[in-house]
Design a binder for this molecule. Structure first.
Ligand code: F6R
Length: 305
């Protein structure tokens, strides 16, 4: 009798409706989806909704690892739409955020807790008991240690089924900044932000770099890699160099996102600008890429100028 091999369902299926707008590549064994930001938001939220649905049918809960910043905003907007359509539920859902600034008063509009409430949690009515995020302003070292401990325990209680990430122009993921001493030890930690990160994030603080907190708490690289699957988003040319190095270069602590090469189930969802130097000169235009180019020419002519 022939042996029936059960084909593993890919996490990264493109719904037919989005097919013409996304080009799919495998580069250095990593899946790369090139599309525009709007389609990317729809695509990734669909993956999240479907993952949760699949788990719910077998009675299992779902945990998403979430990121803040501008990259995931449209993913959250689409999750809210799915929630309002009754397609996405918060039942048995938990979330753990990647990071949070240190020393911002609780309630400050730039804390990541406020960001998450504004962009997702309030709209999907996710109870406080189901979202987990570092406190933003511990008042002593003891409080800081307790907070780190609390998040480390939560990581054990709620293994993440999907981790959403952005990437800094310097290649950071979470707030794991480039540095010779970057390790892959597990555990949340307190970090000093790189100048490049403070500069990039000053746009959220009236362009005043001095108003950006100098420190933050973040999950470590190994904690990120412990998620079952990872989706990393990037829009715009400012990320192009970091992406090229992360995907095609050596695994290097000077480029933290390169550690994603050590994970078997990563999807990069990026736009044309972020992918602009990824393929090098001899880039082979695949059929799906040609189709997507046509779509982009119609939708956003400036993308091709
Ligand atoms: C945010 C985070 C950061 C951002 C990165 C990109 O929770 O962990 O690593 O993902 O700095 O930021 P944006 O998306 O604003 O370009």
């Amino acid at each position: 009798m022939p042996t029936t091999s059960k084909k593993r369902r890919s996490n990264w299926r493109i719904p037919p409706k989005l097919n013409a707008k996304v080009s799919r590549h495998t580069i250095n064994e990593q899946k790369v989806f090139i599309t525009d930001k709007e389609t990317g938001g729809e695509l990734v939220s669909r993956w999240m909704v479907n993952l949760q649905k699949r788990r719910t049918t077998t009675g299992e809960g779902t945990t998403f690892g979430l990121a803040t910043g501008s990259s995931p905003v449209l993913v959250y907007e689409n999750l809210v739409k799915a929630y309002n359509n009754g397609d996405f539920t918060t039942e048995n859902l938990n979330t753990i955020n990647l990071d949070e600034y240190a020393n911002l008063e609780a309630g400050h509009k730039e804390t990541y807790k406020q960001f998450m409430k504004k962009n997702l949690f309030d709209d999907i009515k996710l109870p406080e008991s189901q979202f987990h995020i570092f406190g933003s302003n511990p008042h002593s070292n003891d409080e800081e240690d307790e907070e780190i401990q609390r998040i480390n325990e939560l990581l054990k209680t709620y293994p993440r089924h999907l981790q959403l990430l952005g990437i800094g122009p310097n290649g950071h993921i979470g707030f794991n900044e480039p540095g010779k001493t970057l390790t892959v030890d597990t555990g949340a930690r307190v970090v000093k932000l790189a100048i490049a990160t403070c500069e990039a994030n000053s746009r959220f603080f009236d362009n005043d770099i001095n108003a950006v907190p100098t420190h933050a708490r973040t999950l470590g690289i190994a904690d990120i890699l412990a998620a079952d699957s990872i989706v990393i988003l990037a829009w715009g040319e400012a990320k192009a160099r970091a992406i090229q190095k992360a995907i095609t270069g050596p695994v290097d602590s000077l480029l933290p996102a390169s550690f994603l090469q050590r994970h078997k189930n990563v999807a990069w969802v990026i736009d044309k600008e972020a992918a602009s130097i990824l393929f090098g000169k001899g880039m082979r235009i695949t059929r799906s890429m040609a189709r997507m180019n046509l779509y982009l020419q119609k939708q956003i002519p400036q993308a091709n100028q």
